[in-house]
Design a protein around this ligand. Structure first.
Ligand code: G6P
Length: 472
């Protein structure tokens, strides 16, 4: 921990994201509990060590964070500056625009006969999105030293690069999209002026970066179609395929709390000869958990030889529960898991073991035990679960992987690749994965692990920083 925060105008490396590296909850006794998050940016940033000229600008989310700010925490000490944004503005920007519009656009989630409808309510939310982006741009402009490097993260902050460029033309600005990018026909569901504003916002960066070539190409195509052929002049496009953090994962996955959870999971699975199909996701619309369960049900319906011999271990952790569509989806996952268990379960066999309480140690336990990993998103920027499982797997794990996950570019060759909408094909891939000879599975897992760790988070982060350097 550092006792000094970078004074205004002195930070040389700044990261900006909606969700910060630490979150606070208010305990009953009035004290604050700080929880450090994981994720690629957090471990990437550790590459620059405890420099006191680095600053992470994020949003105070929820009552705990806001209370922390009131008590003077998150004002830049320990390198974290939490912006206290009006909760209504934040909700319109985050729930309304970021998660209900931009997330839906880039993951192709709209059911277009009814949605989207861009009306007055949307315009009001859009103004909040601008306000919220401006708050970030101002904070960054205020804190950054001359010529500092700014790494802006994700779709929440798409307008920041352009706004910041106007305030501080001296800064070197990068933007990173952790999501897919929509193809032009779909991106153009957005009102024309909004589509333009979003693209110009991102083009305010010196470098606009994506997880895969595919998303970068889609962005380029949108710029050309919406803004014209010269739109990309002055902005470089980067591709940095964030990989898994092997050192961290392997160490963490062998601690006693993970071993304990492996014992508990083995008990729930029952029978030592039972195979496991593991999935670990946020309960996220784009993760396609429902079709995963339908595929598993199809497997049980068409291949009775698997009855009593396989268990689907599905972890679906709460996400974005302010949004009704996420709450409904969560309920549907639960309903379907129960239905499969009612239909096929026996006194000694629970076909689906569903856990909904977030527990990283238990996720790692499942990673180690998995015979098959099911990663079947409708669309996904990368999908780190697909990269993490091969790294920590004890005995080798067959990967059933959607071709719409960013990870497919790097892992497709050694995975069983599926169209995520096709539950029959997914069931067939699950069967094939379950029957893969042990040696084949182990060999593939080793190659998957090598591909998955090609660009560890720290290198991923430094590459972006170096590419922004003036001489680059
Ligand atoms: C995706 C986004 C991240 C986001 C995460 C969790 O991975 O790219 O920016 O933080 O989902 O979503 P949440 O809405 O809980 O921050």
């Amino acid at each position: 921990a550092r006792d000094r925060s970078p004074a205004p105008g002195s930070a040389r490396v700044l990261v900006a994201s909606n969700r910060g590296p630490v979150s606070y909850t208010l305990r009953d006794d009035g004290t604050l509990d700080a929880k450090r998050g994981g994720g690629g940016v957090v471990s990437g940033l550790s590459a620059i060590g405890a420099r006191d000229d680095a600053l992470w600008v994020c949003c105070a989310l929820g009552d705990g964070d806001r209370e922390a700010v009131r008590r003077g925490i998150g004002r830049g000490e320990d390198g974290v500056l939490m912006l206290d944004i009006d909760p209504d503005v934040h909700s319109d920007a985050y729930n309304g625009i970021a998660n209900s519009v931009l997330w839906f656009i880039h993951h192709l989630l709209y059911q277009t006969p009814l949605e989207p409808v861009f009306d007055d309510g949307f315009r009001r939310q859009w103004r909040s999105y601008e306000t919220y982006n401006r708050a970030f741009a101002r904070a960054l402009a205020d804190r950054a030293a001359d010529g500092a490097a700014i790494l802006v993260q994700d779709y929440h902050l798409a307008l920041v690069p352009g706004m910041l460029r106007e305030l501080r033309p001296d800064l070197r600005i990068g933007h990173f999209s952790h999501t897919p990018w929509a193809p032009p026909d779909y991106f153009r569901l957005l009102p024309d002026d909004i589509a333009e504003q979003l693209l110009r916002g991102l083009l305010g960066a010196d470098r606009t970066c994506f997880l895969t070539r595919r998303w970068a190409d889609a962005f380029t195509a949108c710029c050309t179609e919406v803004l014209g052929p010269d739109a990309l002049k002055g902005t470089r496009i980067g591709v940095h395929g964030l990989g898994a953090d092997a050192g961290f994962l392997r160490e963490r996955a062998h601690r006693p709390d993970v071993e304990e959870r492996m014992t508990a999971l083995r008990e729930q699975i029952g029978g030592p000869d039972r195979k496991t199909i593991v999935r670990v996701d946020r309960t996220e619309l784009s993760k396609n958990i429902v079709r995963g369960l339908l595929a598993y049900r199809h497997l049980l319906a068409t291949r009775p030889e698997w009855h009593e011999r396989v268990v689907h271990v599905a972890f679906a952790y709460p996400s974005r529960q302010d949004l009704a569509v996420y709450r409904d989806y969560t309920a549907e996952v639960q309903r379907l898991a129960d239905a499969v268990n009612d239909e096929y379960g026996t006194p000694g066999w629970t076909p689906v073991v569903l856990h909904v309480k977030d527990d990283f140690a238990r996720s790692l336990a499942a990673y180690r035990l998995a015979d098959v990993a099911l990663v079947n998103p409708i669309r996904d920027g990368m999908n780190l679960v697909a990269k993490e499982i091969p790294v920590v797997s004890d005995a080798g794990c067959a990967l059933v992987l959607s071709r719409e996950a960013g990870a497919y570019e790097e892992l497709g060759a050694d995975a069983l690749v599926v169209n995520p909408y096709d539950v029959i094909a997914t069931a067939a891939a699950l069967h094939e994965a379950l029957t893969l000879p042990a040696q084949v599975r182990a060999d593939r897992t080793a190659r998957l692990a090598a591909a998955a760790t090609a660009l560890p988070p720290q290198r991923w982060f430094l590459d972006q920083l170096e590419a922004l350097a003036p001489e680059a």
